[in-house]
Each structure stands twice: as structure tokens, then as C-alpha cells.
Design a protein around this ligand. Structure first.
Ligand code: HEM
Length: 476
């Protein structure tokens, strides 16, 4: 296929194409795409096979800009197939909606819940979850056992989703394995080999999802989500409670919008599990660990945090959290160095021809037919020494001057019309946690952590197999 089109690329094997090492469980698909990105330095794009399906892996930031922003109308879809009859909840996430009119409508509905005015109202709920986390850590410190970063961030993310979205107490800092977590973990997490392989199949051959009736959200979780939302809405109505949280906004939306069903409401609330919780908790776990590994950055950041706290009348606020420059630089550097998503996929929806203009690349054109899937190798770009000095090092200072960052190489939330809806919410969650942690504790790596860190080859997001362990020391 690619030879006929004059596009270079690695030799594929029958059936598995270029992802054989992933199917054998050796490395993630993200790692394979990063390796290909690094091998084909002189090329703007590379032709590969994900299983039997030809994909174009795009290396050139100019081509990426055209796909996600400039010529978006040629690439409107993400490459995920979900069967609405089988998976009605996941099918409502804008990320997977293919009908562009429906996508626009659902995206607009969801985005209205993330305005900066609404974010300010959620902020006290986020802070309340952060305070519970601090109390939990203090209790844990009595046993002087180390803490695992991801476990801590999962508890925080779930607690804040329970509070901000569903308006309930998730009790995520109380029980060992909270009920709320079971529900969240069922969405998107490949627990067990079978579910891991199933996700690999859906992602690699999206066309199989429909005939094989594959489901991201199990019937059991669907029922639990309905139960939780119905109960919360009933209690609010009976007790005349207004919480100014997502559920309040979604139920206002449902009473003001004719075509907004109960399933739409549940689908939007559930998008925090499928789009928000997994991403935020992973990014947060790496952020905490990265600061433990870099004591100088940690100290510098702590100084800024304490200064801001004192300047703001011995408290944090939505504004003060988002105004800290070094915190923002550390946040961005964590998203770069520990990119939780190693690649992004798109689909060509209208015929499109591209010829690189950057003389660094070999001059050759490619014409994409509708239906051709694209891979944007995020991790390859984020670890390319052409764009980042010493990319393996944690250097927040490189983000103090955003103009020096090469355009379309840093895309932790995507860009253009499909940019992440929850960017503000996810960013604030991470910053609130770090501000409270560093104000109260010194973080140090615990020797229980295994280096080099190994990652789950079947997870779509960067997921360490073993724990990232730290010690926390109370500041006077
Ligand atoms: C640190 C946290 C997060 C990261 C790194 C992240 C990253 C991303 C990325 C890379 C995309 C794809 C953009 C594209 O296709 O161009 C995306 C889309 C999306 N994200 Fe997030 N996200 C985060 C948090 C959240 C949260 C908290 C929500 C809450 C609901 C959310 C909801 C969504 C949705 C609905 C989409 C699909 C948008 C569309 O296709 O129109 N994300 N996110």
C-alpha cells in the first residue's frame, strides 16, 4: 500500500503489521511509534501498518498543524469506533462521536460546564478534596510506610470527581478500595490480560468493535452510574440543595434542552471517567514523583507556593493557583517529560495532499484518501533533541518563555477544534494538589521504587507496572 504511494516505512509482517512486539506484550504501541519516529529523521511522514491497516505516522509539525487546526475539515474524526447500541454511555463522549453535527452539539453542551466562572465555583470542592488528602497523608505517616504516588493521585482524582461531578462523598481517603473506584476503574482500564487484549483489538482494528459488540463500559458499571446519578438528583430535589457542581449544570441543561435525555446526562458525567480521571490521576502521579526526584526544583517551587499563599492572605484561590509562573512551568515540563499519551490518532475525512515545505525533510508528496487513519507521535516529538535540549532531563525553566517552544511539538491536550474540554479542570486539579503537598511536606524518592520504571504494554496511557514510591516529611 505505502510502496505504491512512494511513502517510506518499516517492513510490516503479515497480520500484525508493525505492532508485533506489542501484541506479544513486549512494549506498548506508543513505544513502537516513538521508535519509528526516531528512525525516520529525514522524512515528514512514514507509512506503517497497525495490524493489517495502513496508517500514516506524521513527524512534521507543519503537517500536524494542518491536520489538527488549519485543514481540520479534512480530518474531523478521531480513530475510535464505538457502537452506540452496545455502548450507549461511552458513545456520548465527544472524543468518539463521528457525526460532526452531533459532535458539535455534545461538545458545546459539555464545554459550557467548564467556563472560568464555573471553574471558580468548583474550586472550593477541589480544595476540600486536597485537604482530605493532607489529612490522609498525616495518618499514613504515623506508620512511617512509604506512599505510592499513583495510589495517592487516584484517591484524590476520584474524590474530586465524586464531589465536583456526582455531588457525593467518594470516601476515597477512607476505605481501602472504595466502591466509587471500582466503578471508575471499569471504564477504560485494562484490568486482566483479556481486557487488555480487547482494548488493543478495538484500538488497532476499530472496524472490529461493531461486529464483535465490544464494550468499554460494562452493563454493571452502566447500572451503577445510573443509580448514583438518580440518587444524587433525587436527594437534591427532596432537600432543595444547590451545589453549583457539574450535576447541577447538567440537570439545568437537561431541563432547558428538549433533546437532552437521561442517557446524555449520564454520558456527560461518565466522560470524567473515560476522559478525565485516568488522564489526571496518571499525570498527577508522575508530577509528584518527578518533584521527589528533583529536590532543587521542588525547593524553588515550594518558595513560590509559600510566597503566593502568604501574599493571598494565608490561603490559595483559583486565581492565585493559576498565577504561579514556576508552578505552571513545572506542570508543563511534567506533561512533556512524562507524556501520559504517547500518540494521538485522527482520520482523514476528505481527500488531502501534503508536500513538506521545510527543507529538513525529503521533498515528497502524499495523497490521503478518506478513511486513512493518522498517528501523531506525541512522545517522539516531546523527546526529540531537535526541539528540546537534554529532553531526558526535568527542566521547568524551558517553559518560562513559552515563545521559545517549537509550535506543534507540545500538545498534551491536543490543539484546534478538538482540543481537550477538561484542560482547565485537569490543570487546576494537578496544581491544587502540588500546592498543598509542597506547602506541607518535603518529598523524597523511596528505595522501594524499581529503576528503570517499566510500563504496562497494553495500557493506552503511560502506566507504570510497579509503584512510584516516596517518603513525605512534615514541614515545621
Ligand atoms: C491532565 C488531564 C488531561 C489530559 C492530559 C487530557 C488530554 C486530552 C487529549 C490529548 C485529548 C485529545 C485532543 C485531540 O483530539 O486533539 C483530549 C480530549 C478530550 N478530553 Fe481531555 N485530558 C485531560 C483531562 C480531561 C478532563 C478532566 C476531562 C473531563 C471531562 C476531559 C475530557 C475530554 C474530552 C471530552 C475530550 C474530547 C474532545 C473532542 O473530541 O471534542 N479531559 N484530552
Amino acid at each position: 500500500y505505502w510502496v505504491e504511494r512512494g511513502v517510506p516505512g518499516p517492513q510490516p509482517l503479515p497480520i500484525v503489521g508493525n505492532i508485533g512486539r506489542n501484541i506479544l506484550g513486549k512494549v506498548s504501541q506508543g513505544q513502537i511509534f516513538t521508535d519509528i519516529y526516531r528512525t525516520y529523521q529525514e522524512y515528514s511522514f512514514v507509512g506503517i501498518f497497525r495490524g493489517t491497516v495502513p496508517y500514516l505516522l506524521v513527524r512534521d509539525p507543519d503537517f500536524i498543524r494542518n491536520i489538527i487546526v488549519k485543514d481540520f475539515k479534512h480530518f474531523q474524526e478521531n480513530n475510535v469506533a464505538v457502537n452506540e447500541d452496545v455502548d450507549p454511555i461511552f458513545a456520548r463522549n465527544p472524543f468518539v462521536i463521528k457525526d460532526i453535527a452531533v459532535w458539535k452539539l455534545k461538545r458545546a453542551q459539555l464545554i459550557s460546564c467548564f467556563s472560568s466562572g464555573k471553574m471558580k465555583r468548583y474550586y472550593p470542592l477541589l480544595e476540600e478534596s486536597a485537604m482530605k488528602m493532607i489529612k490522609y497523608i498525616e495518618n499514613q505517616l504515623r506508620t512511617s510506610a512509604p506512599l505510592e504516588c499513583r495510589e495517592l493521585s487516584v484517591r484524590f482524582s476520584l474524590e474530586s470527581v465524586a464531589s465536583c461531578v456526582f455531588g457525593i462523598d467518594g470516601k476515597c481517603f477512607e476505605e481501602d478500595y472504595p466502591k466509587f473506584r471500582e466503578m471508575a476503574d471499569e471504564v477504560l482500564s485494562p484490568r486482566g490480560l483479556l481486557r487488555g487484549l480487547k482494548l488493543t483489538l478495538i484500538l488497532s482494528w476499530p472496524s472490529l468493535a461493531k461486529p464483535l459488540k465490544m464494550k468499554f463500559v460494562s452493563k454493571e458499571v452502566e447500572d451503577k452510574l445510573f443509580g448514583t446519578v438518580r440518587m444524587s438528583l433525587k436527594l437534591r430535589k427532596e432537600n432543595n440543595v444547590v451545589r453549583n457542581d457539574f450535576l447541577d449544570y447538567l440537570s439545568q441543561l437537561s431541563s432547558n434542552t428538549e433533546s437532552f435525555s437521561e442517557m446524555d446526562l449520564i454520558g456527560h458525567a461518565a466522560s470524567f471517567f473515560s476522559g478525565g480521571y485516568e488522564t489526571t490521576s496518571r499525570a498527577m502521579g508522575f508530577f509528584i514523583f518527578e518533584l521527589a526526584m528533583n529536590p532543587e526544583c521542588q525547593d524553588k517551587l515550594r518558595q513560590e507556593i509559600i510566597h503566593s499563599y502568604e501574599e493571598n492572605g494565608n490561603k490559595f484561590s483559583y486565581e492565585s493557583i493559576n498565577e504561579m509562573r514556576y508552578l505552571d512551568a513545572c506542570f508543563n515540563e511534567n506533561m512533556r517529560k512524562n507524556a501520559i499519551s504517547h500518540y494521538m490518532t485522527k482520520v482523514c475525512t476528505e481527500r488531502y495532499t501534503f508536500t513538506p515545505t521545510n527543507p529538513e525533510y525529503k521533498k515528497m508528496s502524499v495523497t490521503l484518501e478518506p478513511g486513512t487513519p493518522i498517528i501523531i507521535p506525541l512522545r517522539g516529538l516531546l523527546s526529540d533533541p531537535k526541539y528540546w535540549n537534554s529532553p531526558e532531563k526535568f527542566v521547568p525553566e524551558r517553559f518560562l518563555d513559552r515563545d521559545s517552544v517549537h509550535k506543534f511539538t507540545y500538545l498534551p491536550f491536543g490543539e484546534g477544534p478538538r482540543i481537550c474540554i477538561g484542560q482547565r479542570f485537569g490543570t487546576t486539579q494537578l496544581k491544587v494538589v502540588i500546592a498543598h503537598l509542597l506547602k506541607n511536606f518535603v518529598l523524597e524518592v523511596n528505595s522501594k521504587t524499581q529503576f528503570p520504571v517499566k510500563y504496562n504494554p497494553f495500557h493506552i496511557l503511560l502506566t507504570p507496572v510497579e509503584g512510584l514510591w516516596i517518603n513525605l516529611r512534615r514541614l515545621k
